[in-house]
Write a protein that binds this ligand. Sequence first.
Ligand code: 6R9
Length: 662
Amino acid sequence: MSQERITTLLNENRSYLPPEHGKTSAWVCGAEEYDALCRRALEDPSDFWGARASQLVHWFKRWDKVLEADEVNHKYKWFTGGKLNASFNCIDRHLISGRRNKAALIWQGEKETDVRCYTYQMLYTEVCRVAHALSSLRIRKGDHVALYMPMIPELFIAMLACARIGAIHTAIFSGYAEGGVRSRIQGCKARVVITADAAVRGGKFKPLKANLDPILEKCPSVAHVVVVKHAGLENVHMQRNRDIWWHDLIDDFTLNPDFPCEPMDSNDTLFLLHTSGSTGKPTGVMHSTGGYLTYAAHTTQWCFDMRDDDVYWCTADAGWITGHTYGVYGPLSLGATTLMFEGIPTWPYPDRYWRIVENFRVNILYTAPTVIRSLMRMNEAWTERYDLRSLRILGSVGEPINPEAWQWYHKHIGSGELPIVDTWWQTETGGAMIAPMPYATKLKPGSASKPLPGIDATVMGSAARDGEEPEAGCKAGHLVIRRPWPGMMQGVFNDEEKYQSYFSRFGCYASGDAAEIDQDGYFWILGRIDDSINVSGHRLSTAEIEAVLATCPEVGEAAVVPMPHALKGEGIYAYVVTRDEVPWSADLRAKLRDAVRRDIGALATPEYIQFVDGMPKTTSGKIIRRMLRKIAGDSYEDIGDTTSLAEPEVIPKIISGHRNLV
Ligand code: 6R9
């Protein structure tokens, strides 16, 4: 199988059947059950979602109506009249369900010997203490709390403590620098910010509190800053009457820590989270308590076939929606064991993930294609020396997983057998929308497969290349969702116009992604609509050209963007990171050009191929093509806010490389 050549993303035609073992005990067994669920969910959505909400969530008061829809304003309220609390669902109810002494959270620090484990009982105690502490700072239901924290247990604890009080948390990725942090704190007028002395990353300290101090001068809403002593930095400046150490604050609440959960309306906001910004100005997405929690639990259970004794590891940072839904709310509401890792996959060596999998016998691993590609570039010996047999299911999220990366993940991590759950979704959707069921769906590498039961996804409008008919049976267009679902965002914070813009073109939710549906109903995500290139009137998908470049063994990572072209309207500009030790050369450039010409056609041949050391990426690993587009078009002035990049220093290097090339 692995000898076969993979051509483009859309020509990948291998498929993999779900594993036989485990099929009968899975939450969703086999294609027939999946089809039956899809039929039922679309025939009677209220019955379907109502049943899931009562199976998976504890309600203080049952809802009056499953869905109240205002189709004119595109406002959808789920489980109206229902009362619940997300913290109760993630903790309290497990104390009486036999999981009191089960590991709820296992934390692996960057240093291998730094491990902490919280049982559900211990998590309860900590969360209650922090809820008391926040309450002593006068945080009440509906107040905003910003979390600018590294991946440490206190982050999950703070989220759950906010949920307990009914305060709305806004997580801000600890990798952000000034601009990104300030706008997020100011935007929601946070009253309290929780942070740490420093984040630890790749053996270095990033002083979060010191970064925050100048930012706070322009954030008058912030009355208090709570600081976790994590890295043990000395001389942390603490402003009198404003700043307080986490450990001092909770020290007052060590006795009788019980803190009752605030009964929340199903449609009260649980959290606010800004989208990754891969498509421009960050959008403050608001999620509800009842609908979101139901959807988080529902998709975690079915997409990962979560079982009670699983150790589940979602590698995403909790500053990203994936960390919210699949690190915290999904697994904990199901009473699972969730693993949290502070470090990075390649430090001190590129075997970090596999050591963790072996040490904790991880059963389900959910990560991103960018991680897979970075590990693929290293020698396979880094994976081979570890026992990965505990793994049962692999997941992928964040961008299309190119078939090479899929095959590598499948072969080297999944021993050629494990299902890979490629989940397509967005901050706005709250949880996975298009994804396989591990024991029911046939897999096609590179396709996120089919919509989950109850998700009415299709394509609308044309994204087919102009002048070309899509292949028989294939449909390409804007990926839209025709009916509401419980995980759908409630709104965009302070920006109703932005919220309405999602619905303005098609009258239903438009994702902003382009996709193609093949003869079997499988969805192939082609990338953001604004990521396509129009060469001489022919619309080309950047994802497709990138997939061809990625088939070349010398290529580690490729990003393709349009550039202005006098004759063709737009030309193709490719940025390429070569694999370790592959030198940059004119020969390699010619070879890559040929590969694209051969696989897609002369039209798709890049005008320029620029070799780069690294790509501008969001902290969740998405390449920010918007910036690459600006550089390719010679406009360096309005590149945008580079402070929210994972590595802002790549930008000047790319600019000087571009100047030398053209
Ligand atoms: C969860 C998350 C959303 C955008 C989305 C799409 C891309 C995410 C994908 C994928 C192809 C997948 N995306 N998962 N593309 N296949 N499995 O990533 O949320 O940060 O809001 O990004 O990411 O372009 O529109 P968010």
